[in-house]
Write a protein that binds this ligand. Structure first.
Ligand code: IPM
Ligand code: MG
Length: 370
């Protein structure tokens, strides 16, 4: 079997600890399922800054571009609060997204039955929740130019970010959303702020046009992004797929994540366009949680989001659907059995650390693979 090349970028904070559990899983799969994963590892974020003075080195960037998939941990921490803006830890992640052209960010928010009581919302509001946020990831205000602080010369400065979207960018992200909706509940909610942003007017027009021309069978609804945020906490089960821009997607996906009980649970996939010849697409998988510097190094981090990100990698980069299903089931079973890391701990459950949680998921995956 051709090698499956994985490039690992554990990064900072709890990134390396969570990635450690995925490495154990990969080793087990290679030894027992002949999966042929080949891994190499690089530095990103503060770790890369400390080693090379950049948030990711050119050599590591090249490895990321050559890999079948990149697994990313987390970046950032107080240690690097004062480094120059263009080499801050987050710049490494943004460069990966931009250079690999990962325009489609898939952020599922699934409430595991065992965790419905850990949510800050009522049990009946979140039980069975399964929504998918499709966030545009390489455009909008994150990358628009000009992006600068200029000196106005009168003791005032002006900070400028630019929100900009071209038709093709909105078209391709809406197609991703409509295609995914067809495999789910067949409904897309598009969110923008067309009442104040002219780019939102274009967003709305283009999504409407793609829908009418190519996906009339999918249900489409438009919502202003602020109202969308409100509806997400009011009655999240009304949503199936949400498609939105880079900045709104950043905010709304944190909200959606918290509905499920913990940010420590949620994976994400960032995908490029399929190659017209091979069909392969560049891809990066990362947990939605950050580097959690407050608990880094204590062995308390929840590795589930990182493991679930690897499940998304199996699904989207390698079409290993059965393995992905088994891994997701293994996570659900471990939670059903009462194991909890600190972030999702509740009364009567058994609190464990990062390695015990990782081992339990691997053991369960092993049992399901037998
Ligand atoms: C995310 C993060 C990033 C973002 C940061 C770390 C740059 O918040 O992936 O949601 O804003 O996109
Ligand atoms: Mg975010």
């Amino acid at each position: 079997m051709a090698a499956r090349k994985l490039f690992l970028l554990p990064g900072d904070g709890i990134g390396p600890e969570s990635m450690g559990e995925v490495k154990k899983l990969i080793n087990w799969m290679n030894d027992n399922l002949a999966t042929g994963f080949e891994t190499s590892e690089g530095l990103v974020g503060g770790a890369a800054y400390d080693a090379h003075g950049a948030a990711i080195s050119d050599a590591d960037m090249e490895q990321a571009m050559a890999a079948d998939a990149v697994l990313f941990g987390a970046v950032g921490g107080p240690k690097w609060d004062d480094v120059p803006y263009d080499v801050r830890p987050e710049a490494g992640l943004l460069r990966l997204r931009k250079d690999m052209k990962l325009f489609a960010n898939l952020r599922p928010a699934i409430c595991y039955p065992a965790l419905a009581d850990s949510s800050s919302l009522r049990h009946d509001v979140v039980e069975g929740l399964d929504i998918l946020i499709v966030r545009e990831l390489t455009g909008g205000v994150y990358f628009g130019e000009p992006k600068e602080i200029i000196d106005l010369g009168n003791g005032q400065k002006r900070g400028i970010d630019t929100q900009v979207y071209d038709t093709f960018e909105i078209e391709r992200i809406s197609r991703v959303a409509f295609d995914l909706a067809k495999t789910r509940q067949n409904k897309v909610t598009s969110m923008e702020k067309r009442n104040v942003m002219i780019s939102g007017v274009l967003w709305n027009e283009v999504v409407t046009a793609v829908h009418a021309a190519e996906y009339p069978e999918v249900e489409l609804e438009h919502m202003l992004a602020d109202a969308g945020g409100m509806q997400l906490v009011r009655w999240p089960k009304q949503f199936d797929v949400i498609v939105t821009d880079n900045l709104f997607g950043d905010m709304l996906s944190d909200v959606a994540a918290m509905l499920t009980g913990s940010l420590g649970m949620l994976p994400s996939a960032s995908l490029g366009a399929p190659d017209p010849v091979s069909g392969a697409r560049k891809a990066l998988y990362e947990p939605v949680h950050g580097s959690a510097p407050d608990i880094a190094g204590t062995g308390a981090a929840n590795p589930i989001a990182m493991i679930a990100s690897f499940a998304m990698c199996l699904r989207y980069s390698f079409e290993m659907i059965a393995e992905a299903d088994r891994l997701e089931k293994a996570i659900a079973n471990v939670l059903d059995n009462g194991l909890r890391t600190g972030d999702i701990m509740s009364k009567g459950m058994k609190q464990v650390g990062t390695t015990e949680m990782g081992d339990a998921v691997i053991a369960e995956f092993q049992a399901l693979s037998a």
